[in-house]
Design a protein around this ligand. Structure first.
Ligand code: ASP
Length: 437
């Protein structure tokens, strides 16, 4: 059994967190490959080292003195090393970096957050340091060169008994440091897991996995024990995000499950994400509920639309031309809705309406705004009878008007639109009806 463990910034924030990581690694001999993020926030108002490094870079660009910031960052690393009794020459190496900082580009400066964290973690865990520079390799177009990276990662893995690698960056074909997108440590962990052919990719963070609903809306929502990749993508898209989205692809392609674990509560099972998940007896029919506000729906009616072949295409073509991404298209015989993000059409609303009027001659065109969309996700929804009915009556009893409803062909989710003012209550009602009944 090989597990890749990736620890996010909240898990590497200070010496106390480093101690927790060591206990986690030592409690399981299959945890030998470790990817780390730069030290993150120690408390709510604290700053992530990555953000401070972006700020250092901005100071350099505007020729403002960055020394106070650099000294803040330095003291975070030095205090971790000091508290843990590490001998790595972090102060000297940091001073050297600080002395030359104005000569470096943004990507190099920001990458030092994970670099220094990994250096200290390597000594602390007694595992060799493997730099992501020269190991995670990019193509010219900025995508990861998986083949070349696989070769390098495997060569490093063969060398010994595990390693610690900084996340979030790699090198271009020219040998320059290049960053992944924000939160990209998750992607590095997934790349390493895929290259090594791990049995499990453990992503350690400060929450115990995915929750069935947003805790700001539902009190103490249940956590999700098992979820499929598709379900997770649905929920993440609607706002319930724990993991960097791009991190899913390398492991999914290699059929490696991901487990989200909490560094502060390692005893909690967490959420396991895999291609298919058997339903446990105690698991609710609905895996999770997520939603977002600020949608808008264009309601288009064309009498005898069923006979007007190509009519919908023409209307949708207008949105395409204006570069607006379409979220949902609920349809009925003579009418349909085009649901979009309000922000995407804000400046072009009247142009789009005029284009639809002129080019497609609808019998009615209306815009519904202040729309919130809620996605009820569950891999077994399609086989359960009466789900939509139950949903309708629960919301009806609560006096919540469903303004539109769609169900994907794959039927792992039912998506409904409600008035924005009903959004929170609708989620609570759905939660009580399907998760906590
Ligand atoms: N440190 C980087 C960030 O804050 C990458 C990561 O944490 O995964 O975005």
């Amino acid at each position: 059994m090989i597990k890749i463990t990736k620890f996010g910034g909240s898990s590497t924030a200070d010496a106390g967190q480093f101690r927790k990581i060591k206990a986690i690694i030592e409690s399981d001999p299959s945890r030998k490959f470790v990817v780390v993020s730069a030290a993150g926030k120690r408390y709510k108002e604290d700053n992530k080292v990555t953000d401070l490094l972006y700020l250092v870079d901005a100071h350099c660009q505007y020729h403002v003195d960055a020394r106070p910031l650099l000294s803040d960052i330095r003291s975070r690393y030095v205090s971790i090393a000091h508290e843990l009794g590490l001998s790595y020459p972090i102060a000297d190496e940091f001073d050297d970096f600080a002395a030359h900082v104005s000569e470096f580009d943004t990507e190099y400066i920001v990458s030092r957050g994970e670099y220094f964290t990994a250096r200290l973690m390597s000594e602390w865990l007694g595992l060799p340091f493997v730099d992501a520079a020269g190991t995670v390799l990019f193509h010219h177009d900025g995508t990861v060169n998986m083949e070349a990276t696989r070769e390098r990662v495997r060569a490093e893995a063969m060398r010994g008994d595990g390693f610690v690698m900084p996340g979030f960056y790699g090198t271009t074909p020219e040998g320059d440091i290049k960053l992944l997108s924000r939160g990209g440590g998750d992607v590095t962990g997934a790349i390493v897991a895929s290259c090594i052919g791990a049995d499990l990719y453990e992503n350690w963070t400060d929450v115990s996995g995915f929750l069935t609903a947003d805790p700001r809306i539902v009190d103490n929502p249940r956590s999700i024990r098992r979820i499929t990749f598709d379900e997770m993508r649905e929920l993440s898209y609607m706002g319930a995000s724990v993991l960097q989205e791009e991190a899913i692809f390398p492991v999914r392609a290699a059929n490696i499950p991901i487990r989200i674990k909490n560094t502060n509560h390692p005893e909690v099972h967490g959420t396991t994400i895999r291609e298919t998940a058997e339903m446990g007896e105690d698991e609710p029919l609905v895996t999770g509920i997520a939603g977002r506000k600020d949608f808008m729906s264009f309601h288009v009616r064309k009498n005898h639309m069923a006979d007007a072949i190509g009519y919908m295409r023409k209307v949708l073509g207008v949105f395409e031309r204006y570069g607006v991404s379409i979220e949902h298209v609920p349809t009925s015989i003579d009418s349909f809705g085009v649901v979009v993000n309000e922000a995407d059409v804000k400046d072009k609303l009247f142009s789009i309406m005029r284009a639809i009027e002129e080019e497609t001659e609808p019998d009615e065109l209306r815009v519904l705004d202040d729309l919130a969309m809620i996605s009820v996700v569950g891999r077994n929804l399609s086989s359960a009878k009466g789900t939509a009915g139950k949903l309708f009556s629960a919301l009806g009893e609560a006096n919540i008007n469903i303004r539109l409803l769609t169900q994907s062909a794959q039927e792992i989710n039912i998506t409904l639109g409600v008035e924005e003012e009903d959004f929170e209550e609708a989620i609570r009602v759905i939660y009580r009806t399907f998760v906590d009944d």
